[in-house]
Design a binder for this molecule. Structure first.
Ligand code: ACM
Ligand code: ZN
Length: 544
């Protein structure tokens, strides 16, 4: 080999190492907000004498999670020994750490130490540990963990994904599988869109027809199968408990006054009178609505909200408020017109105000807060600097493409809390790449690439004081075209990893080029767990 060939070969080899080098940060998603790495390459080595030390009173779940992680990466099975002083994995509940979801994780010569003030946050720290072991593939294979200190807490308290079993039902086991994956990336809220034109998916004991009729796309059909079904309250409690252990809170969404064919199929007299006898065709998005002037709407929803508030521990109930077909319903209804006259209104959209005032009084009586999709100047009465149609205690979600800057500004001026689900970045039902599986494309929607999802800064680059009312982010997976769990996770990953980082990591920690590299070990971990994901081949440089 002449010297030139040797040089070129060495350079190529070095490049290969640089581009494939893996260390303890190579699989961290979302990126922690403070990391001090050891610059001496010191390591803690686990062996068969390594033990677990904990002061947690009820530690069974997090300890089993820790054991699962250690067994999977290192085939070791450490046991609890609270008298051990070194060679330990320490899980400490530390009430000196005051903030929710704030944890520290350090690795030193004595062992691995995790501190947080709740089991939920310890679970988060364990996900970081899992990713450290995934990333540092060579050390992990030798049962070594490099010294490191991580002091981490999220940018936002609310980091959500929304799933839509109203459109295509997901059995309990699939919802749990979905929770397992989202929890890896520190998402902490799962909003479940439980009612829509295609189905009513939650048992309401005071109004059984909601599920007897509204949970089945085929009239009088069976409640089995992918498009039909509902969660009994018992099953939902099981999901809530499963999620809670994994630091995920379930937020119910009951969409009103539009998106309501399922309830109208069961109780047609809750719609505007002129539409009572129309066929209610479950399975398609149509333009029917609850009647604003029907007293029974408010008494039925009072019952529904009471049951929902009792069932779900979350402080929030999402009540939709989006895409109400006012022209096709309230504008043509005599009773709605009378109600407008009584209130001195000139536009039927103004009926949204008494409609939601009635419903929100049930929400407040039951000690909960409402979230609504933010509509500007279209369905609700006009919004501007002086007028805003939403009651002040409602948290809003921005979602419509291009309206987010206006929504951020108006919610700040009118003192609302805001969640960020801008369609351009977080609508994961949009295709991920031109031509990618066109059957998933609902309505010829724009493409939201992985990079576009990653480009979300939930603060939209605004000065701190102009974004302080923003509480978090939400990825949405509307499921008209998502028929089962495999398609659901395919649409979710890898883009949800980008949204997870937008929700957790401060902008200083975020970097697209670096994220691209961290992504692949995480994708590989999902694949190894049997999760259907899309391989983002387009972001691999020099692909031939
Ligand atoms: C929505 O996408 N209809 C909130
Ligand atoms: Zn009406």
């Amino acid at each position: 080999m002449n010297i030139k060939v040797l040089f070129v070969t060495a350079a190529l080899f070095a490049t290969a190492i640089v581009s494939t080098a893996q260390d303890n940060t190579s699989a961290l998603i979302p990126m922690p907000n403070h990391i001090v790495k050891s610059n001496k390459g010191e390591v803690f080595t686990l062996n068969t004498r390594t033990s677990i030390k904990t002061n947690l009173p009820d530690s069974a779940f997090v300890i089993s999670e820790l054991k699962r992680i250690i067994a999977r990466h290192m085939q070791l099975s450490p046991q609890i020994d609270n008298s051990a002083r070194k060679n330990i994995i320490e899980i400490i509940k530390d009430s000196c750490i005051k903030e929710e979801e704030h944890y520290t994780l350090s690795v030193d010569k004595k062992g691995i130490h995790i501190k947080a003030n709740s089991e939920g946050t310890i679970f988060l720290a364990l996900q970081t540990l899992d990713q450290i072991l995934t990333g540092d593939i060579h050390n992990t294979a030798l049962h070594k963990v490099e010294h490191v200190f991580i002091d981490d807490k999220p940018r936002y308290a609310h980091r959500a994904i929304m799933i839509d079993p109203a459109r295509h039902f997901l059995p309990v086991s699939d919802v749990k599988f979905f929770i397992d994956q989202m929890a890896r990336f520190k998402f902490n809220k799962l909003q479940i869109h439980l009612t829509d034109d295609q189905g009513w998916r939650i048992e309401i004991k005071s109004h059984p027809k909601l599920t007897e009729i509204g949970a089945s796309r085929v009239p009088n059909g069976s409640n089995q199968g992918p498009d039909n079904g509902y969660y009994t309250q018992e099953q939902m409690r099981e999901i809530i408990e499963y999620a809670d252990k994994r630091n995920v809170e379930i937020i119910p969404e009951i969409d009103i006054p539009g998106h309501s064919v399922a309830i109208l199929a069961a109780y047609p007299h809750l719609g505007c009178e002129f539409r009572h006898n129309e066929t209610k065709n479950l399975g398609k998005t149509t333009n029917m609505m609850l009647c604003a002037a029907c007293d029974e709407v408010y008494s039925v929803y009072d019952d529904i909200i009471r049951e929902i508030a009792t069932l779900f521990p979350s402080e929030y109930i999402h009540l939709g408020g989006d895409e109400a077909a006012i022209k096709e319903n309230w504008a043509k209804c005599d009773k709605c017109h009378n109600m407008m006259e009584r209130n001195g209104y000139t536009s039927p959209s103004q009926l949204m105000i008494p409609f939601f005032n009635n419903i929100l009084s049930s929400v407040r009586t039951n000690g909960k807060k409402a979230i609504l999709w933010c509509e500007l100047d279209n369905i609700w009465p006009p919004a501007n600097e002086y007028l805003f149609p939403y009651p002040e205690d409602v948290t809003l979600v921005t979602w419509r493409n291009a309206l987010t800057p206006k929504c951020i500004e108006l919610t700040r001026k009118h003192k609302h809390q805001l969640l960020m689900a801008p369609g351009e970045h977080t609508y994961l039902d949009y295709p991920q790449y031109p031509g990618d599986l066109p059957e998933f494309n609902n309505w010829g929607m724009p493409v939201t690439t992985l990079e576009q999802a990653y480009r979300l800064d939930p603060g939209y680059g605004l000065p701190k004081e102009e974004q302080s009312h923003i509480n978090g982010v939400m990825a949405t997976l509307w499921a008209e075209a998502i028929k089962d769990i495999n398609r659901l996770t395919y649409m979710t990953y890898p883009r949800a990893m980008a949204i997870a980082e937008a929700g957790w990591s401060q902008m200083e920690q975020r970097d697209w080029e670096n994220f691209r590299l961290r992504l692949f070990p995480c994708i590989y971990e999902l694949i190894k767990s049997g999760v259907s994901v899309r391989v983002p081949f387009e972001i691999v440089e020099n692909r031939h």
